[in-house]
Design a protein around this ligand. Structure first.
Ligand SMILES: *[C@@H]1O[C@H](CO)[C@@H](O)[C@H](O)[C@H]1NC(C)=O
Ligand SMILES: *[C@@H]1O[C@H](CO)[C@@H](O)[C@H](O)[C@H]1NC(C)=O
Ligand SMILES: *[C@@H]1O[C@H](CO)[C@@H](O)[C@H](O)[C@H]1NC(C)=O
Ligand SMILES: *[C@@H]1O[C@H](CO)[C@@H](O)[C@H](O)[C@H]1NC(C)=O
Ligand SMILES: *[C@@H]1O[C@H](CO)[C@@H](O)[C@H](O)[C@H]1NC(C)=O
Ligand SMILES: *[C@@H]1O[C@H](CO)[C@@H](O)[C@H](O)[C@H]1NC(C)=O
Ligand SMILES: *[C@@H]1O[C@H](CO)[C@@H](O)[C@H](O)[C@H]1NC(C)=O
Ligand SMILES: *[C@@H]1O[C@H](CO)[C@@H](O)[C@H](O)[C@H]1NC(C)=O
Ligand SMILES: *[C@@H]1O[C@H](CO)[C@@H](O)[C@H](O)[C@H]1NC(C)=O
Length: 562
């Protein structure tokens, strides 16, 4: 396998349906993009360059704020070029986007994130944030110039632009990221824009009959005091009866609504599940909170500015998220790139109704190569076993089952709050049940490894399962951000199997616990555990035995672009 090929990767050639778009544009960015084909092999042969995650070929932006924000937007821009061209020739579009440059929406003005809405008749329209001559954030419309062009290469901005400008007390620098619009039975379109007034985060609602003339509603769809600026809001229905996705405009019985916002203060994505009342045009949250950073999250690691879209071809809702680097700015400059996209994930409401579930879209399985299958294995206390035959890009799924779960007396006591201090203590702190799990991207002498593991605590009346991703030993380079992440798993370990699925791709580890109940994404930069020197282990450092009932791992092929 190896990583000598310089192709960037895409894995969902059969992906169809509605899409979102995020964009940033300037001549400079586009020029960079158009050098796609000729980026140097010194970049693609880097150990941290991913094999099957989506990332831009390179970016050479200078200037601190520009560098950070534009790289993320740049990432989105590439998505734009791929996703704007949505429709029915997806795989061709992907190829075109990479070999022929990009679909340009903004040639002459700066623009930020936006979303695609599919209008009746199937034609896409993009609402996006532009920056006007006075440096104000405003919302604009773009529609394809030639609907017969399968790549939708050219877009028109109607003379009515801008369609929405910061009104009342809205700060002109805090008014951005329109969602996909939805239409009610009253034939009125709605869209929300992320904003804030003072420190109150807002999802400002606009309505329109014709998609061009938009009027601001008196009341926001939702707002929360002291939550700061809301970026990239997302508002969509989920079925309470089925894991299938539904179109953004669906309301009615067996539907709940999800409002997600990207809290600028924390650089993290939070969501609430609730009820949307289309009469009052408000969201009434049942679960989750934006008040502080204790609410429900898509991902408890690095994951920001995500958006979903409804894929009508496969009736699923798909989540995309942006993943920042954890390396220093100077290291990023040396690498020549920064930022990538998480594996696209299916998103649906858990049977409990209390949280969302996520799972990598099945298309990724096409990239599976060499498989390693392990017989069931008992992990004694303090044991560690190597799993061989896997390359640095790995994907694996394992089920652990503890033995003797009920016999334990000496549980670590655990309060009812979401207290992650235990996670921060890392894998080396021992308990009865756990830590047990995996060491991924581990070097020969274990100078470097990333531990993805469980710990189980006794709560008041139930067991509490904590899943962690501990980066503290991930690299001997101490300049990186090595924060360890933790997430609680809403499952009963006495009656349910525990599982982890990790998508490991050189500098990223995306882990899904409990079949998608909690996700943690980490960025890591090993210096020893690279290429064929990256190993995989299962370990159990708890005092109780743990049975691995099944473990499968696949080497992942690099995605190809023809
Ligand atoms: C629109 O696109 C189609 C397909 O590429 C092309 O044949 C046609 O000439 C285009 N029309 C215009 C007005 O450019
Ligand atoms: C925002 O803060 C300013 C200054 O403290 C205050 O005058 C204004 O009333 C506040 N606006 C709102 C909507 O609370
Ligand atoms: C835009 O819509 C509002 C509300 O429906 C209406 O009052 C106004 O006349 C419309 N403006 C134009 C230019 O059509
Ligand atoms: C939010 O802030 C506003 C204005 O300061 C205040 O009137 C309102 O009571 C606050 N709401 C909550 C839930 O604290
Ligand atoms: C929506 O709000 C209106 C006005 O407050 C209320 O009459 C109606 O019952 C609400 N609908 C639902 C489904 O809760
Ligand atoms: C990206 O991550 C770095 C390192 O953890 C952090 O310093 C920076 O603020 C992050 N940037 C964004 C836009 O989240
Ligand atoms: C979290 O737990 C730690 C150790 O158990 C404790 O010291 C700390 O006060 C707790 N923090 C919160 C916010 O409850
Ligand atoms: C497991 O415990 C051993 C002995 O205390 C320690 O050396 C090792 O680092 C622990 N493993 C992990 C993954 O923390
Ligand atoms: C471990 O799990 C395997 C597979 O389910 C099972 O066959 C085996 O008996 C288990 N071992 C123990 C000691 O429970």
């Amino acid at each position: 396998m190896g990583y000598s090929s310089i192709c960037l990767f895409i894995f969902f050639a059969l992906f169809l349906g509605h899409v979102f778009v995020k964009l940033e544009a300037s001549q400079h960015v586009y020029r960079t993009l158009q050098t796609c084909q000729s980026f140097s092999s010194s970049i693609t042969s880097q150990p941290y360059r991913t094999g099957y995650h989506f990332q831009p070929p390179s970016s050479w932006m200078n200037g601190k704020s520009f560098f950070i924000s534009v790289l993320s937007r740049f990432e989105f821009l590439i998505f734009t070029s791929l996703l704007v061209s949505l429709t029915f020739v997806w795989s061709h579009v992907l190829i075109t986007a990479w070999t022929n440059g990009c679909v340009c929406i903004c040639r002459s003005q700066r623009c930020w994130s936006g979303s695609v809405t599919i209008l009746p008749g199937g034609n896409p329209a993009v609402l996006y944030t532009g920056i006007d001559a006075g440096n104000k954030q405003v919302q604009n419309l773009a529609v394809p110039k030639n609907l017969s062009d399968p790549y939708l290469k050219e877009w028109i901005k109607p003379p009515e632009n801008p369609l929405m400008v910061p009104a009342d007390q809205i700060d002109p620098g805090s008014f951005r990221d329109p969602t996909t619009a939805w239409i009610g039975p009253d034939k009125i379109w709605r869209v929300i824009i992320g904003s804030k007034i003072n420190d109150t985060g807002l999802a400002i609602l606009y309505r329109s009959k014709d998609f061009v003339n938009w009027t601001k509603a008196e009341q926001s769809l939702y707002s929360t005091n002291q939550s700061g600026m809301w970026e990239c809001p997302d508002f969509f229905p989920v079925s309470t009866k089925s894991p299938k996705g539904v179109d953004t405009s669906v309301i009615g019985p067996n539907i709940k609504h999800v409002l997600k916002v990207s809290l600028s203060n924390y650089q993290q994505d939070y969501y609430t599940i609730g009820t949307y009342n289309i009469t009052t045009d408000t969201h009434i949250a049942e679960e989750g909170s934006f008040d502080d950073n204790s609410g429900l999250r898509y991902d408890y690691g690095k994951f920001y500015a995500s958006k979903t879209f409804f894929d009508s071809a496969k009736n699923r809702r798909i989540l995309w998220g942006w993943i920042n680097e954890s390396s220093t700015r100077s290291d990023n400059l040396k690498k020549g790139w920064a930022g990538l996209q998480a594996t696209p994930r299916n998103l649906w409401l858990d049977k409990s109704g209390r949280q969302l579930m996520q799972w990598p879209i099945s298309e990724i399985e096409k990239l599976r190569g060499n498989q390693v299958k392990w017989p069931a294995k008992l992990l004694e206390r303090g044991s560690m076993v190597g799993i061989t035959g896997i390359t640095a890009a790995q994907m694996l799924r394992s089920h652990f089952r503890q033995l003797l779960l009920r016999k334990r007396k000496c549980w670590t006591q655990f309060g009812p709050t979401r207290n992650f201090s235990v996670a921060k203590r890392g894998a080396s702190v021992k308990g009865a049940l756990g830590p047990f799990g995996l060491l991924v991207l581990a070097s020969n002498g274990l100078q470097e490894y990333t531990a993805v593991f469980f710990r189980i605590f006794k709560g008041q009346d139930r067991h509490i399962v904590l899943m962690c991703s501990d980066q503290s030993r991930s690299s001997i380079n101490d300049d990186n951000d090595k924060t360890s992440y933790g997430a609680f798993l809403d499952l009963d370990p006495v009656h349910e199997k525990l599982s982890i699925r990790s998508l490991i791709d050189r500098s990223i580890v995306e882990s899904f616990g409990g079949g998608g109940k909690a996700c943690i994404t980490a960025r890591i930069y090993p210096t020893l555990a690279i290429h064929d020197k990256a190993h995989l282990y299962a370990f159990n450092n708890g005092t109780e035995k743990v049975n691995i009932t099944s473990l499968r791992a696949w080497s992942m092929k690099k995605a190809q672009i023809n």
